[in-house]
Write a protein that binds this ligand. Structure first.
Ligand code: OAD
Length: 249
């Protein structure tokens, strides 16, 4: 993977960097994406599995989907792309990592202060009283809130729900104020997350896409690094460090 000196220089000289990640970043850890040919939403219906109506209509089905995903996430490990992003945050005075992923792999790789726009699959809470649920999830029945008896749900954001206000504010601030914005491993099709690269670009940021495939964002990107995140991101970090070392000499 060759990245042009021009791109590396722009990144290396930036004071503020923001990164938006999507499911593609975890693909090489063994977590399925949503819209690739073997993605989850090519075989399953997001309205049934990832919406409040879906949960109200058939909580058993929704829980069987999330239980299986939680079991997968329990076993998988961060990949070289996650580790490269954890290293990247040490290279810039201001660095914001915004993710649509719910698998916790950025934090597991050592990234601090990850902004989880779509919540996470590790925490659960009561659908009715909103209290966090800390117990073990039963395997063969629906989890119930010990306080109010309400149904327990995973702390992910479903279609039609508001995104967490603190993560949204941090993401918006980062997009408005960064010099370089990366969109990594996301199809850039789900809003409001997909709006942040555009916001950054309109505010003057250099927009870089890291993805093996073209996306809806590609025509607007200043640079597209075509490759998987586990291959591209470590090279990027290495090149930034080399550039800085050379400049110091
Ligand atoms: P998608 O499945 O829509 O897109 C995954 C992207 O990752 C595609 O553009 C792929 O080309 C790219 N990709 C695949 N393998 C890759 C790799 N190894 N390295 C880098 N990129 C790779 O996933 P998201 O954009 O994350 O929301 O989807 C956004 C949201 O839609 C998710 O957060 C989820 C889903 O519905 C909710 O559940 C609310």
């Amino acid at each position: 993977m060759e990245i042009s000196n021009d791109i590396i220089e722009r990144i290396a000289l930036a004071k503020s960097v923001a990164v938006l990640t999507g499911a593609g970043v975890s693909a090489e850890s063994g977590v399925k994406t949503f819209r690739d040919p073997d993605g989850l939403w090519t075989k399953m219906n997001p309205q049934e599995l990832a919406s409040v109506d879906g949960f109200m209509n058939n909580p058993e089905l929704v829980w069987s989907f999330y239980r299986e995903r939680a079991h997968i996430i329990d076993k998988v490990k961060p990949n070289a792309g996650h580790y490269a992003l954890a290293n990247m945050e040490k290279l810039f005075p201001r660095f914001e990592l915004i993710t649509q992923n719910v698998d916790g792999l950025h934090a597991a790789a050592g990234s601090t202060n990850v902004r989880e726009l779509h919540g996470n699959l590790i925490d659960n809470r009561c659908f009715d009283c909103e209290r966090p649920f800390k117990g073990e999830l039963p395997e063969d029945e629906l989890p119930r809130c010990p306080e109010c008896g309400g149904g327990i749900r995973p702390s992910v954001v479903w279609f039609g729900e508001l995104l967490p206000a603190d993560a949204m504010q941090a993401a918006e601030f980062a997009a408005l104020n960064c010099g370089v914005f990366f969109s990594v491993g996301t199809s850039a099709e789900v809003y409001p997350a997909a709006n942040f690269p555009f916001l950054a670009k309109r505010s003057g940021a250099y927009l870089i896409e890291v993805n093996p495939n073209e996306t809806a964002l590609t025509p607007f990107a200043d640079a597209a690094l075509r490759g998987t995140s586990a291959k591209v991101l470590p090279v990027l970090v290495e090149n930034i460090e080399e550039f800085r070392n050379k400049s110091e000499r």
